[in-house]
Design a binder for this molecule. Structure first.
Ligand code: PLP
Length: 381
């Protein structure tokens, strides 16, 4: 059987060797509970604190500003629920991940009103719209750093400066950004930032949360005294260590990583545009994270293209993995003004560091006849 080509890093990524090695070693040898005072516990505590130091360094934060969660969804929930605990109004965008959008919907039942900012045709929020939405009682702006479906980088730094001038704290969901662009909390100025390790070579089910010192964030998970009483629950020691190792490895190699991934993405995009008629590149004019390419193959269902790609051993996705299987067109593609049919014709390729140019070329060999065949079958070509 031929090797499969994996171009769905936006859904999840294979683990980096640095993360895998440390994780398996800990699972075998360091089973202590970091809260235990004996040597086995102290060994586990040391591992967690080393990962906290690595995460802090990668984000240009202080170790005491880093908290470990179960992933991006928990981080987004914590930011939104923890910042609205005393009431207030939230500003977010219409293209956020459902971890934010559905949490805003849930908060509405508790009297927390949210404003969902529109975006331009490339998925970018306009600063003027954000400023116009800021109110006396706005208690949080939550704006993603990079979009998970089309890769657009949002003006988080600019919105943050403007929100801070009005005393409003800012959260960013940087789940898709870390590993694709530099993520420096001082440069961005944000107060809270959520990450998920499995998107950049760490394991699933572990998240990293940055909370700037002095931010009035209420805890969300209650229970034990872990994470300086901010996030209860026995620490996932092996995954935390792997997340820290992945953050360190990614930060160390970021410029080369970005250059390699961007070159592959650009070649794939150019090849598709050159070889296949009637395609739309969604978010193509925006500044995007380097690995993301979202294409609508007009006249087709994205799902049909995906199934045929899968048969050819190529993994891509339609929209975000979390909404795969849903019949609704992507809220992100609808927000950038695509029609229902254009949105449903979309396929997302998300490349990662272990992909190769040879794989890109193979996709470019398979895809044009595959699309032509599907169009012929649907009577379109
Ligand atoms: N936020 C964004 C932008 C994402 O892309 C994802 C996952 O796809 C999440 C949040 C949720 O992260 P997790 O899967 O770690 O809960």
């Amino acid at each position: 059987m031929m090797d499969r080509i994996y171009m769905d890093h936006g859904a999840t990524s294979p683990m980096l060797p640095e993360a895998l090695d440390i994780m398996t070693g800990i699972l075998r040898n360091a089973y202590g509970n970091p809260s235990s005072i004996h040597g086995t516990g102290r060994q586990a505590r040391k591992i967690v604190e080393e990962a906290r130091r690595q995460a802090a360094k990668a984000l240009n934060a202080l170790p005491e500003e880093i908290f470990f969660t179960s992933g991006g969804t928990e981080g987004d929930n914590w930011a939104l629920r923890g910042m609205t605990a005393r009431g207030g109004h939230v500003i977010t965008s219409s293209v956020e991940h459902h971890a934010v959008l559905h949490t805003c919907a849930a908060l509405e039942k508790h009297g927390i009103v949210s404003t969902f900012l529109p975006v331009d045709e490339n998925g970018r929020v306009r600063l003027e719209d954000a400023e116009r939405a800021m109110r006396e009682n706005t208690c949080l702006v939550s704006l993603m750093l990079a979009n998970n479906e089309i890769g657009t980088i949002e003006p988080v730094k600019e919105v943050c400066a403007s929100a801070h001038a009005r005393g409003i704290p800012v959260h960013t969901d940087a789940v898709q950004a870390f590993g694709g662009i530099p993520v420096d909390v001082q440069e961005l100025g944000v107060d809270i930032l959520s990450l998920s390790a499995h998107k950049f070579g760490g394991p699933k089910g572990i998240g990293i949360m940055y909370v700037r010192k002095g931010t009035r964030l209420e805890r969300y998970m209650t229970g034990g005294e872990q994470e300086r009483r901010m996030r209860a629950g026995t620490e996932n020691v092996a995954s935390i260590a792997a997340a820290g190792a992945a953050m360190e490895a990614v930060s160390r190699s970021l410029p080369e990583r970005i250059a390699k991934i961007r070159q592959m993405r650009d070649r794939l995009e150019e090849g598709i545009v050159r070889e296949i008629p009637d395609v739309l590149i969604n978010g193509g004019e925006a500044q995007r994270i380097p690995g993301c390419l979202n294409v609508s193959f007009l006249g087709l269902e994205g799902e049909a293209v995906l199934l045929r790609l899968d048969l050819a051993g190529i993994a891509a996705s339609s929209g975000s993995a979390c909404t795969a299987g849903s019949l609704d067109p992507s809220h992100v593609l609808m927000a950038i003004g695509r029609t229902r049919a254009q949105a449903q014709a979309s396929v997302r390729f998300t490349l990662g560091v272990e992909n190769s140019m040879a794989e890109v070329d193979e996709v470019l060999e398979v895809l044009p006849p595959l699309v032509a065949d599907l169009r012929r079958l649907s009577g379109r070509a």
